[in-house]
Design a protein around this ligand. Structure first.
Ligand code: GDP
Length: 296
């Protein structure tokens, strides 16, 4: 993941750390290259600008050119700023609410919502010993509810029995009731997606949210769509309100623009990364580890 960005940045840093001394012009030239690398990685322009400004400001403040190993100091400053841009601390899924805690999954069709719902459920069961019930509220795509049931059987997580002809809100009510009566800790709602944002989709999400009163609303977005993923998160948040982001297909993302821009643009934390098609291909999002990976 993020190979393209890593390669470009390591080129810049090798050049910096190899020198015994640096002039301010050297630092400025290196920052121009970092800027170019971030733009090529599809990082939002505002984020690139504030990233470079912060690094320059601190490099001047830290008297980099006078220090013993100036190159390493610049690299450390870049790393610190990158961690801050990614969101500083890990933000796990918050289940601190009366059971059954509702988690609503939203996003466009094909982003990986259903897969991610099952991955998260499996992890809550396996790692935290929670009792989880999943329900698909997707009544548009004929096979959607069955797809979640198949994944549920595969990972050993219960799904709400399918009743034909119900509306998403009716299914949500039935799931909440089944979760309460069945003594489940968590109830997960997988919602319908569209190929793009439209008014009926947003209205449906608002209606479901009003009835399901989720503690977490997780937007599932495809990292390969770069800035579109970030804009999508902004739109969903403005209209429906999201509490966190799951970025999928990170396994195929050589650029990293969505990961690097998401927090700064939307103010919402990336909570998890989808790293493959398998049911255990899900990682917690730790800003410092991600920065380490990007910086090689
Ligand atoms: P939905 O329409 O949003 O519910 O999307 P699905 O969950 O059906 O996923 C669409 C496709 O993306 C499936 O083939 C998944 O296996 C695949 N997928 C989901 N997450 C990931 C991921 O993190 N990495 C990769 N490589 N594939 C993924």
């Amino acid at each position: 993941m993020f190979e393209g960005l890593t390669e470009k940045l390591s080129g810049v840093f090798d050049g910096l750390t190899r020198r015994g001394s640096l002039t301010e012009a050297d630092v400025a030239a290196a920052m121009r290259e970092v800027r170019r690398a971030l733009i090529e990685a599809d990082v939002a322009l505002d984020v690139v600008r504030s990233f470079i400004d912060k690094v320059k400001e601190r490099a001047v403040g830290a008297a980099v050119v006078k220090s013993v190993s100036p190159g390493q100091m610049v690299v450390k400053i870049v790393s610190d700023v990158m961690i801050e841009t990614l969101g500083s601390d890990a933000q796990p899924i918050d289940l601190d609410a009366p059971a059954p805690v509702a988690i609503m999954m939203v996003g466009l069709q094909g982003a990986g919502k259903t897969t991610t719902t099952a991955k998260i459920a499996k992890r809550l069961v396996d790692r935290q010993g929670r009792r989880v019930l999943m329900a698909s509220l997707d009544v548009k795509r004929p096979a959607a509810q069955e797809q979640l049931a198949v994944l549920g059987r595969q990972v050993g997580v219960d799904t709400l029995p399918i009743v034909a002809g119900q509306t998403p809100v009716e299914i949500a009510r039935r799931a909440e009731q089944a979760a309460r009566l069945g003594g489940y800790d968590v109830v997960m709602f997988d919602t319908a997606g569209r190929t793009h944002i439209d008014e009926p989709l947003m209205a449906e999400m608002e209606e479901i949210k009003a009835h399901a009163r989720p503690h977490e609303v997780l937007l599932v977005a495809d990292s390969l769509t770069g800035q579109d993923a970030v804009n999508l998160a902004k739109s969903f948040d403005e209209r429906v309100g999201v509490t966190g982001i799951v970025l999928t297909r990170i396994d195929g993302d050589g650029r990293g623009g969505a990961a690097l821009s998401m927090r700064a643009v939307t103010g919402k934390p990336i909570k998890l990364l989808g790293t493959g098609e398998k049911m255990d291909a899900l990682e917690d999002f730790h800003p410092s580890r991600i920065a380490d990976r990007i910086l090689g």
